[in-house]
Design a protein around this ligand. Structure first.
Ligand code: ATP
Length: 265
């Protein structure tokens, strides 16, 4: 029994195994392997088109893989032979998919709903809570992200940074174990960027949520992440702690991207 518990505890939260993905016959990911432990904060960096967002979209099942397997805490998302994968039937997939939330670059708020309802409605539609419970939770989350006073405003009445905090609260309302962020700070000015950074760190401390974040902002990645993954053409060419990756990356593609002198090999 103890051994079983130890095995369960050592399971990665996300396990991407031999995953391949092509769009219109052009390979974007080719046999990608990646494991992310529970509670880790990971930043995905790399040139435009290197496949970073595709990884988030695969985890959200907004795209499907062509081959390989994706597991969330050991639970597979695909069935069938390794090279002809198909997503599990909807009924089986729902439980694993509900563990993952995503925050989009342009917030994705419903413009005609006030802030409170933006956070409450997904909980109701998901069947996670009735109206009163969903609204109570929305109020709590708004307090947590520092927007307790803004519950009855429309998204357009908020600043970009405030909209992003509402989007984060909305994702948290569904109590995900994994939060994915696609360029969460690209639409924000530097002051707001540091607010988002503080918020994400606070959420991580409070909830232990595993976080994967795609960004082009190196300083943000450095301060946010426990681990940096540098992608090039769908491959991980660097994988390490921020201090190491930013000061002494081993791969010349990373060095060139960071503006460091390349090493003769
Ligand atoms: N739905 C799609 N249909 C066709 N091609 C796609 C689709 N989604 C992504 N691609 C292609 O896959 C490649 C990887 O795209 P992806 O968005 O993952 O890159 P990225 O590293 O996130 O780039 P960026 O930093 O510019 O956001 C690109 O060449 C892109 O054009």
């Amino acid at each position: 029994m103890i051994i079983m518990e130890q095995i369960a505890a050592s399971r990665p939260m996300i396990q991407i195994s031999d995953v391949s993905k092509a769009f219109n016959g052009i390979s974007v990911l080719d046999g990608l392997n990646l494991e992310i432990p529970i509670g880790q904060k990971v930043a995905l960096l790399g040139p435009s088109g290197s496949g970073k967002t595709t990884i988030l979209r695969l985890l959200m099942t907004l795209e499907t893989i062509d081959a390989g397997q994706v597991r969330i805490e050991g639970v597979p998302m695909y069935e069938g032979a390794p090279d002809t994968r198909r997503l599990l039937p909807e009924g089986q997939l729902r439980a694993v998919r509900s563990r993952i939330g995503m925050v989009f670059q342009h917030f994705g708020l419903f413009p005609h709903l006030n802030v409170l309802n933006n956070i409450a409605l997904p909980q109701i539609l998901n069947g996670q809570a009735g109206k009163t419970e969903a609204e109570n939770r929305a109020h709590e989350l708004l307090q947590m992200v520092g927007l307790g006073e803004k519950a009855y405003l429309l998204p357009d009445q908020l600043s970009g940074g405030q909209k992003q905090r509402v989007a984060i609260a909305r994702a948290l309302a569904l109590q995900p174990d994994i939060l994915l962020f696609d360029e969460p700070t690209s639409a924000l000015d530097p002051q707001r960027v540091s607010e988002v950074l503080d918020l994400l760190n606070m959420i991580c401390r409070k909830t232990g949520t595993t976080m994967l974040l795609v960004t082009h902002e190196m300083e943000f990645a450095r301060q946010f992440a426990d681990r940096i993954l540098f992608f090039d053409h769908g491959q991980i060419v660097e994988d390490g702690a921020p201090d190491v990756v930013f000061t002494n990356p081993k791969d010349n593609r990373t060095r060139a991207f960071l503006g460091l002198p390349v090493i003769d090999v």
